[in-house]
Ligand binder design. Sequence first.
Ligand SMILES: Cc1cc2nc3c(=O)[nH]c(=O)nc-3n(C[C@H](O)[C@H](O)[C@H](O)COP(=O)(O)O)c2cc1C
Length: 200
Amino acid sequence: MDRSGIFAGDDPFSIARAWLAEAEPVEPNDPNAIALATVDAAGMPNVRMVLLKDIEADAFVFYTNYGSKKGQEIAASGKAAFVLHWKSLRRQIRVRGVTEREEGPAADAYYASRSLKSRLGAWASRQSEPLDGRATLMAEVAKVTVQQGPNPARPPFWGGIRIRPVEIEFWADGAFRLHDRFRWTRDSVQADWTVTRLNP
Ligand SMILES: Cc1cc2nc3c(=O)[nH]c(=O)nc-3n(C[C@H](O)[C@H](O)[C@H](O)COP(=O)(O)O)c2cc1C
């Protein structure tokens, strides 16, 4: 199979890292923004943007509130999918996989790297729950600012979600809508990858 240029390589995570590195200088905002899809108990899909914070050797990681809608749906299904799309590069990467929490040192380190206001905001927000007004949220921020002090610990309800993919598709725009698509699949997260070129 002719898989040269931007699609070349034996490791899809390296290819994803290389594409993200190419997007960073040209995307105006958040080149690491992903549309993250989950399903609820009825199979109804849900999608929202989050920021991809790490591409590990065998997984993708983002951070969120575990009690949020997405957090609950991921806890129940153990699965998620996302797409990275760069308008500037005219490329996308699609990922489907199984999830696990990152609640260890990596989550602590990422939490600690955020601004104090963001760290306190994570404590103050009951993400995805109803809020009667902005003032209620600001009062909660004031409360946790006193409670947590200048060095808040990572909230137990906030941390990483690691997606271990069983499918990754690299897509690049081609002339006359004749795009290039390469799908990497494996039967389980332990299995070897199979790469298939797909029709556009
Ligand atoms: C560009 C962008 C980046 C975002 N990044 C995050 C993120 O990293 N983590 C997060 O929890 N929410 C993030 N959000 C907010 C989510 O889109 C969403 O509103 C929130 O997580 C609640 O989603 P849920 O109710 O489906 O759980 C981001 C929104 C945008 C537009």
